[in-house]
Design a protein around this ligand. Structure first.
Ligand code: ADQ
Length: 518
């Protein structure tokens, strides 16, 4: 029987750290692995002095976990450097924040190469391999180079920008060309699909044929698979959480009394538009003073990536803006904005969403945004709250019945808050019912099964010719996934070359949706 192999940057073993995390994706992948019996491979999250030359798989139930540590230098260059300081801002259209160094890029390629070497001995001929996210873009090309012919899919969780933006990254043509080593590329939205295909055509001369893109002898299918959440489980959690009045929910909402609550929940990340959101809430209170004292914003934002300077700066800025607005607008018995910087359990989060009259989800750019879907899932169907959603979240392409806003327009977001708070129940119900129907029919089980059905059922023309001088396929059983001419990654940058800096001068001025803060 076909076995599923999932590869992701971070792998959390079941016994560790599940109290808060256990988000929809981890649970969904684990259940897909359990269904098929599978292997989950990736970074343990830990570092150690020497790079591992092999991994020791550990079995938990039907799932085998194989994790490797990174060296501190690898963590710096691959993870903090190229993935989080170059690719993350770039993919979120933030050229001004994108930091590229050759050392980081070499580290990124090096870790992908090592992952390929460590994974190959664990593969079986019939495995289908599902690789996740931007940390691992060149992994399929590295596997192909070593003769792996299994079917390999990729899912990109974050946005993919247009070629004009992606092309500003040094070595962008080589990096994007490695995408052709996949059989199926899943993106969050049709917009991301168009951008990736457009980029492959413009930057590395690939040819487009509908939703297939051909580069050399390889053909990849590129398709949108909007990720979902476990709607039913989240709904039940919210009902139970409010009924039991769990401690964090009680402690957070009791002081509100009958006041209304607007909620924001995000990792503290500049892509999420947290500072702009606080400003918009301040503008709302300034423009509509009759609401002062009657409504509060609760922003839950646990710090993330605190080793990256931009995130430290964001942490400082969010404190500063919240402090300034509270000082200017607060009363002795009412604080308009509360920013809480800790992770909550999923149960507490669901209860808080249900208590909130408005879900304020205003990222400057987001692959999908699961918070928007969680907010809808948690609502009381008899008296639902209103979702305000950024048009630059992938979720906006599905959730048109939310109040859709431009997060760069503070005034527009402020007015949407006013509209949401005043919205008659009949309209709230009408919008909620459609939103709920959408998230239920495209939930996380739908997403995994649809992606895996596409990956395992692909009718991809065979091309299993091993180019001269390359190793024979180690484990070719499928005709479909065979390799042709993968990009030569090992001829790329040398760490010894001088590192260099920001291409901040290539600011995104000309882009229609360029962030004001660059
Ligand atoms: P993220 O950028 O992490 O994911 P998102 O989709 O919103 O963004 O998921 C965040 C998850 O973390 C949600 O499940 C949320 O409940 C949880 N979370 C956030 N703050 C929390 C807190 N304080 N306590 C507990 N839980 C918290 C990336 C992409 C997204 C894409 C997802 C999935 O950036 O665009 O939707 O992957 O593909």
């Amino acid at each position: 029987m076909m076995r599923l192999v999932v590869v992701s940057n971070r792998v959390t073993m079941p016994e560790r750290g599940e109290k808060v995390a256990a988000g929809g994706l981890a649970v969904a992948l684990r259940s897909a692995l359990e269904e098929h019996g599978g292997l989950w491979f990736g970074w343990s999250g830990a570092t150690k002095a020497e790079p591992a030359s092999s991994v020791e798989p550990v079995r938990h139930g039907k799932v085998t976990y194989a994790v490797t540590d990174l060296t501190e230098a690898e963590r710096q260059s691959y993870y903090l450097g190229f993935a989080n300081r170059a690719l993350w801002p770039l993919m979120h259209y933030r050229l001004g924040l994108t930091e590229f160094t050759r050392t980081d890029y070499a580290g990124y390629l090096g870790v992908n190469r090592r992952f390929a070497r460590l994974l190959i001995p664990l593969l079986k001929p019939d495995d289908i391999i599902w690789i996740h996210d931007y940390h691992l873009i060149p992994l399929a090309a590295e596997l192909r180079r070593r003769g792996v012919t299994n079917r390999i899919g990729y899912f990109h969780h974050i946005p993919w920008p247009p070629a004009e933006v992606f092309g500003a990254l040094p070595f962008s043509a080589t990096l994007i060309s490695t995408m052709a080593a996949y059989d199926l590329i899943g993106m969050q939205t049709p917009n991301d699909v168009a951008n990736l295909i457009g980029g492959m055509v413009a930057l590395c001369g690939a040819q487009r044929d509908g939703n297939r893109v051909r580069s050399g002898q390889r053909k990849a299918v590129v398709q949108a698979f909007p990720i979902g959440i476990d709607v039913e489980a989240f709904r039940k959690l919210a009902v139970a959480s409010v009924r039991a009045a769990t401690q964090p929910v009680r402690a957070t909402t009791a002081p509100l009394g009958s006041r209304k609550l607007v909620i924001g929940v995000d990792r503290l990340d500049y892509s999420k538009g947290i500072v702009q959101r606080l400003e918009a809430f301040g503008t709302f209170l300034r423009n509509h003073p009759e609401h002062r004292g009657e409504v509060g914003l609760l922003q839950i934002a646990p710090p993330s990536r605190t080793d990256v300077p931009e995130y430290v700066e964001l942490d400082r800025m969010s404190d500063e803006v919240a402090g300034r607005l509270n000082a200017a607008l607060g009363e002795f018995d009412w604080t308009p904005i509360r920013v809480v910087k800790k992770a909550y359990s999923r149960s507490a989060l669901s209860g808080l969403y249900r208590r909130a009259q408005v879900g304020l989800v205003t990222p400057m750019r987001d692959g999908m945004n699961l918070v928007a879907k969680e907010y809808v899932a948690a609502q009381n169907p008899d008296d639902p709250g209103v979702l305000i959603l950024s048009r630059f979240a992938g979720a906006a392409q599905q959730l048109g019945e939310a109040l859709i806003v431009n997060p760069f327009d503070t005034h527009e977001v402020a007015e949407a808050i006013r509209t949401a708070l005043a919205m008659p129940k009949s309209e709230r119900l009408r919008r909620f019912e459609r939103l709920y129907a959408t998230i239920s029919s495209t939930d996380i089980a739908w997403w995994t099964s649809r992606y895996l059905a596409a990956l395992s059922g692909l009718d991809i023309p065979s091309g299993d010719v091993v180019p001269p001088g390359r190793p024979k396929p180690l484990r070719s059983t499928r005709k479909s996934g065979a390799d042709s001419k993968p990009a030569r990654l090992d001829t790329l940058p040398q760490a010894s070359r001088p590192a260099h800096g920001k291409f901040a001068s290539v600011r995104a001025k000309a882009l229609p949706n360029a962030p004001s803060a660059g």
